[in-house]
Design a protein around this ligand. Sequence first.
Ligand SMILES: CC(=O)SCCNC(=O)CCNC(=O)[C@H](O)C(C)(C)COP(=O)(O)OP(=O)(O)OC[C@H]1O[C@@H](n2cnc3c(N)ncnc32)[C@H](O)[C@@H]1OP(=O)(O)O
Length: 447
Amino acid sequence: MRDADRPSGSPDQTADGSSLPALRFGDVDPTDSEALTRWLRARVRGFHEAEIETDADLERFASSRDRTLRAVFDDSEEHSEIPVGTLSAWETAVRLPGALGSASRPVAARAISAVSVAPTHRRRGIARSLITRELRDARDQGLYLAVLTATESAIYGRFGFGPATRGADYALDTRRARWMAGAPAGRVRLVPREELRSVAPEIDAEAHAQVAGEILRWPNFYDRMLGLTPDRRGAAASLRAVRYDDESGRPRGYALYRVGASATDPREKDASVIELVAATPDAYAALWRFLADLDLVARVQVRLRDVDEPIAWMVEDPAAVTKSNERELLWARVLDVPEALTARGWAAADALTLHVHDPLGIAEGSFRLSTDAEGRAEVARLDRPGGEAADAGLRLGIAELGALLLGGARAETLARARRVLFDHREAPARLDRMIGGERPPRLSSVF
Ligand SMILES: CC(=O)SCCNC(=O)CCNC(=O)[C@H](O)C(C)(C)COP(=O)(O)OP(=O)(O)OC[C@H]1O[C@@H](n2cnc3c(N)ncnc32)[C@H](O)[C@@H]1OP(=O)(O)O
């Protein structure tokens, strides 16, 4: 490779271990458009997506310019300027549960995405090396949590990620929708999509504070969601936006939807909801009623909602609502146990010992978790594991702790699955009471 062809950025070191010879790990400068394009070509190749050919294709990945782009290069390749491995990372805020009854708390976390390896280089440990480095780097930067959404759920448990939120899809049969309560007093207005751009982040912030699990959405997220970016303009032509204003005229919710031919019956139409965000129960009810009342529409379909979405309780006939495709979405990886446990709010005062195993050795240890009636926790590292564990102690992996942290999994269930082991039978239930669980955590977007 000629020097001029060398990828920009600064490959930092040779790969670790003899299993990865001739590979260089380095960061790509996202402000160098040629280097960024090469990185993106590797990324789309890894995900089997269409090649990057036009500026509009590049625009699809505009958020990459604000991220740390990791790359692995193979100098023995003919086109060695194109990475054989990619990973992107950025600092985000994830919402952890607040103390009982209070708002969820945004805490800093490393978000990881775009993990891909060239089809020619799979199963040689490249992804393992990229992910392990990223987790250690995040911990060294003082972050105590890493998060991702996965394409395949079998991959990330081995790196200490636990499934932390679950979501489900719903369909409402509009012909069977008879409402249990009267219509809210506010107003639903059809608005140009551009108009939602300024209010959507505010409504999101209010709605997301009511649940754990959401991550901070980035500016380009809104532009793309609303169809305002060049690559989305065509598809956005059929996108409609509505906003709900409460009685005082304050925007409290919005929905984005499109009406199209039904997948199940060509004579009918479905409303597919791209986004429905409600900061109040009135906003939620009004937006659903608006969607269900749309002429020509036989079904309203929504994706990635709560696992116990209220819509089924709003209609007389619960069978008018079909739930499907329940699945995990956010994966959480604890990098520092005391910091992560003290960052969330707790629901009951108690004390337990946790013996945490970490296959990567990043956050391993034994800890005494004490919570008080105000929802605060103190966590002490135990120097002599075992010595203080005469009381109820629990043994669990770091992935199980990640699943429990946001309240999306129950220690009792994990104990029955033998993924949480206990000295005293009541210990898992005590941990569950401390964790609480007013509303299951939820993430509404893939990243
Ligand atoms: C957060 C995100 O970005 S999610 C997106 C993930 N990327 C994709 O789905 C794109 C298509 N797939 C790929 O590019 C690659 O196959 C990757 C990134 C999933 C894996 O890359 P590889 O370099 O082959 O993985 P690597 O060799 O490091 O394997 C790491 C471990 O994961 C396991 N693994 C890798 N892929 C899979 C899979 N698809 N299903 C189950 N296990 C897997 C390996 O067996 C290995 O296990 P071990 O270390 O315990 O023995």
